[in-house]
Design a binder for this molecule. Structure first.
Ligand SMILES: Cc1cc2nc3c(=O)[nH]c(=O)nc-3n(C[C@H](O)[C@H](O)[C@H](O)COP(=O)(O)OP(=O)(O)OC[C@H]3O[C@@H](n4cnc5c(N)ncnc54)[C@H](O)[C@@H]3O)c2cc1C
Length: 386
């Protein structure tokens, strides 16, 4: 059996070569300014890595999530960060699976060529939190337009995106039978929207993630930009969320491997008490434990991606993959700081930056408690707590 049959080795090698052009000093400078990695995203787009999920007929490579996770893992293993552009991969599923032929013809070739950026995914709201059915951003239909009012929070890359996949209510929650009914997905053209009913306000965070708050004040969106059927949007977003969890999990695997590579190299080279610190089992074992955890998590991530690509329902696997990978990367991050001693805190080693970056993934795109709750009630049949 070829254990590496779906390993996408050529893609991985090509991503590594591209990332070598963007060393730690590039990311450190951006991090200081909280600036967007324009050149890195342009290079990934030009090389075709961001359009791997777009079918060939629309100018992409027509590959599956298996290829996408290989790309994001290698980006993160190299010390780079896919957070600036990964949304193009997971938002794509919503357009590909549920968009009309006209929407696909209109947008996908331009996204594949890099002329249009589909990088923003607008779901979270300040008062709803994780309970997405409580969103109140509302799109009222008037003729051939929707008039959108409301607010979103934590919408990343909104300033660096031409299109946004936006979840809104089109029927109030108290007027639908199931709370998940009555929500719809709109494709918002950010070039027309900003300043004409949409205000974008950046939020400074502990990591460089270009995240924002959005305010909608009578924003007009053509009805032609409705994705799929009105009222069915939650279902469309859920399948996109499974892709998102698997893709983010692959970034965590890349982060974990970055920390293990760094710690292993440092432990071999740093001499204290006349010998390499890595000769001490107290230093070796945490590195080995990180490797065991990341290797195990990577298997679950690969399984979830295979299921997604085969059209098999994979909500539980996508959740488990994200949880295991984010915990493995966080353990590895902590181990890496400890292995480096004081130098773990120095900007030039990239460890502290990656430590801050990988912490996010136990909260976003879904927090660990919510994953445990899903597994407890959906897989194990325990009583629902909410
Ligand atoms: C940097 C960043 C980027 C983001 N980018 C995007 C984006 O591009 N688009 C987007 O739509 N969203 C984005 N998000 C939002 C992200 O998905 C949410 O922050 C995340 O899902 C958690 O939701 P919340 O912050 O509202 O937490 P809350 O729902 O308020 O939860 C707070 C805490 O309480 C816990 N909790 C809540 N309810 C329960 C319960 N019943 N049982 C046990 N524990 C519970 C949670 O696990 C969590 O730890 C981003 C967030 C951040 C920080």
């Amino acid at each position: 059996m070829d254990l590496h049959a779906d390993d996408h080795r050529e893609i991985r090698d090509a991503v590594r070569r591209l990332c070598a052009e963007f060393p730690g000093s590039y990311w450190q400078a951006l991090d200081r300014e909280r600036a967007y990695p324009q050149e890195f995203v342009a290079a990934l787009t030009k090389a075709g890595f961001l359009s791997v999920l777009i079918p060939e007929v629309y100018g992409g490579s027509g590959l599956g999530l298996g290829a996408a996770i290989a790309i994001l893992e290698e980006i993160h293993r190299a010390g780079c960060n896919g957070g600036a552009c990964h949304a193009q991969m997971y938002t794509m599923g919503t357009v590909l699976k549920h968009g009309s032929d006209e929407q696909k013809r209109r947008y996908l070739p331009l996204i594949a060529s890099g002329e249009l950026r589909l990088q923003a995914f607008g779901v979270t709201e300040p008062t709803a939190g994780t309970d997405t059915t409580r969103i109140t951003t509302f799109a009222r239909r008037e003729g051939d337009k929707y008039i959108v009012n409301g607010q979103k929070i934590w919408i990343s890359r909104a300033e660096h995106s031409d299109l946004m996949v936006l979840l809104v209510r089109t029927t109030p929650r108290n007027e639908v039978t199931k709370p998940t009914d009555g929500m719809s997905v709109l494709l918002v053209d950010m070039r027309e929207a900003v300043g004409n009913g949409l205000t974008v306000r950046p939020i400074r965070t502990m990591l460089n993630h270009a995240t924002t708050e959005l305010f909608f004040d009578n924003l007009e969106v053509p009805v032609a930009n409705l994705v799929g059927v009105e009222g069915e949007g939650f279902r469309y977003i859920l399948s996109g969320m499974n892709a998102e969890r698997i893709l983010i999990a692959s970034e965590c695997i890349g982060d974990g491997r970055f920390f293990i590579d760094k710690a292993t190299a440092y432990a071999k080279e740093r001499t204290v008490f006349g010998r390499a610190i890595g000769s001490n089992q107290g230093v070796q074992f945490p590195i080995a434990r990180a490797h065991v955890q990341v290797t195990a998590a990577a298997e679950v991530v690969a399984k979830a991606a295979r299921m997604y690509d085969q059209g098999i329902s994979c909500g539980t696997e996508a959740n488990m993959a994200k949880m295991l990978a984010s915990e493995a990367s966080w353990y590895s991050a902590d181990m890496c700081i400890q292995t480096h001693g004081g130098f773990g805190f120095a900007e030039e080693y990239d460890v502290e930056r990656k430590f801050r970056e990988t912490r996010l993934y136990q909260v976003a795109p879904i927090s660990t408690n919510l994953i445990l709750s899903h597994v407890a009630t959906h897989t194990l049949g325990l009583p629902k707590s909410f």
